[in-house]
Every structure is written in C-alpha cells, then in structure tokens.
Design a protein around this ligand. Sequence first.
Ligand code: G3P
Ligand code: CA
Length: 334
Amino acid sequence: MSVLTTGPPSRLRTASLVVTPAVVAHRGASGYRPEHTLDAYRTAIRLGADAIELDVVPTADGVLLARHENELSLTTDVAAHPELADRRTTKVVDGETMTGWFAEDLTLAEVKTLAARERRPGLRPGNTVHDGREGVPTLNEVLAMVGAESVRRGRAVGVLVELKSPPYFDALGLSLDEPLLADLRRHGLDHARSRVTLMSFDGAVLRRLARRTLVPLVQLLDVGDPVDGPALDAIEEYADAIGVHQDLVLPRTADGALDEPTRLVRDAHRRWLDVYVWTLRAENHYLPTEHRVGDDPAGLGDLRGLADAFLDAGVDGLITDHPDLAIRAVVAAA
Ligand code: G3P
Ligand code: CA
C-alpha cells in the first residue's frame, strides 16, 4: 500500500521506503554476517535489500551505537577485556534482569576497543569466521556508509532505525531523541522525504518524535499487544506504519504450521497504516513446519515460500535476516 494517500491523517503522510513491498535487512544481512556490523549492512546492500534495519543504544557520553541491546557481551568480546572487568554489573532493563557490560557505562572510546562477534554461533557457525574483524559502529558511521553506498550504486538505500528501551534511557538522563535527530541532521536526513524511518515499541517516544520530525514513524507491535480497531486508531494519530511480529499476520497452529491470516493487514490499511512484518529467518529452527527442509535446525529451509505467504497476505515490508531470499519472492510476485 502506498502511504502517499488522499486520506485524512492528522500527521503529514510520508513515503517511508522507496518501494513496496520492501525487503529490509534485519540488523544487516545478519543471516550471513555478525549482526550490526558495517559488513552486515554492506552485504545487505550488495544483496539488493531496499533498506537496512538497525537498533540504537547510547554510550555514557551520549553517542548512539548500532546494537540490539545495551548489554554488550552477547555480540562483542567485552568479556575478554581485563581493563573493563570492573564494569560488569547486574541491571534490570525493561523488566528483565541482565548481567554483563552495558553500553551506557562505557564511553565511545572504550566501546571502540571492542570487536563484534556472532550472536548465534550454534545456528550460524559460518558467520563466526567474521568474528573480531570489525568493531561496533555508531549510527553516524552507518548513515555515512549508507549514503556513500547509495551514491556509488545509484539507488537510495533506506534505513530503519529502532530506538531501544526509551523509558530506561530517559530515566538515566540519556534520552535517545536528541542524539538521534542530531545524527539525522548531520546527514541532511531530518525531512519528510528522508530515506530514514524511525521505529519503536514505545509509543511515547514516537509521539514525542511526531512533534519534532517529519521522518516516517513505525509503531512496533509484539504478540500480546493490542491490535484492535481502537489501538490502530490511536497509532494512526502519530505513526505512518506498524511493524509487527509475524504471528500477528500469519499465526501458527499448535503443530507449528501456518494458520489463516488475521484481519490485521486489512484493518491497518483501512487506516492508511503500512504493515511490516519481522523477523523472517531462513533456518529451519524459525520456520513453520511446511517450509522446513530436512531435520537440521540450522539448515536453511524455504524462506522464499514463507515470504510468498506474507506477500499474499498483503504486507508492505518483509524484515528479514536473509534479504536475498525474500527478494526472490518479491521479484517473482512483481
Ligand atoms: O524491526 C523490528 C524488529 O527488529 C523488532 O525485533 O528484537 O529484533 O529488535 P528485534
Ligand atoms: Ca530491531
């Protein structure tokens, strides 16, 4: 669905991505490279992704990093740094108790001493050959790289930025809003036709951003979040799209097969809200039963078939760890 509509939205409608249906590389091409590395993003662009997705968390000195969570030991070698051993601590983040090393306790200079590594070495052993080759990029560095790649390849690559844990960082005095908008302004991207889209599970930060920027906004929704008419009416007041757990569009039966589509895509489109689904992953471990190939959980199944099912359900974007496989479905459906 195009978001350039003649409808009566309360907020200026903007084109969130260059094309729809869009293929968005989740944490870069994270099926093939350690997530949230410049190599993962570059690989996604090389494979033809329309956009990359990245999550941001702040350092102690307020610089936004590309990381899925503020605890750094799952995706970096921070535990192997003796000079940082005294920073290991336990915190409650978004209701979850976590022990490790936290981005907000390290300066950017300290983060830049770390090396990135594969989060899922059991399922993605091939990715571990890339461990240690790159550090943790900042949002500023990612935007610079995407801008350069867009020019070099002659096509505008989109960037979906997810703000992680806004209430937690607000309480620490490290709100994400200002550094995020500053990074966008630095790259000339804080405008209605920007190739950047901002996303969060936290509606409050999106409402704040809706008053400060015309960059498209996406309300993320997980299983269990309200998706009925009143909930979508409220979202439509400040957001341009919803980004939903795949089960909210195509639920799975008790046996792990795909069930009938829900009415969410139709209900969202009636409110001029685009719909993106996350996260499509090619390993059998993540696939519904009818799209698995063989018994190895780490083996690649039929992600293209799953992507076909979501396109048939009418979604506007596929957020995936394996963008090349989703692109095959989009091209075939065109
Ligand atoms: O794009 C939305 C999706 O990334 C949300 O899930 O946990 O991978 O950030 P998560
Ligand atoms: Ca994300």
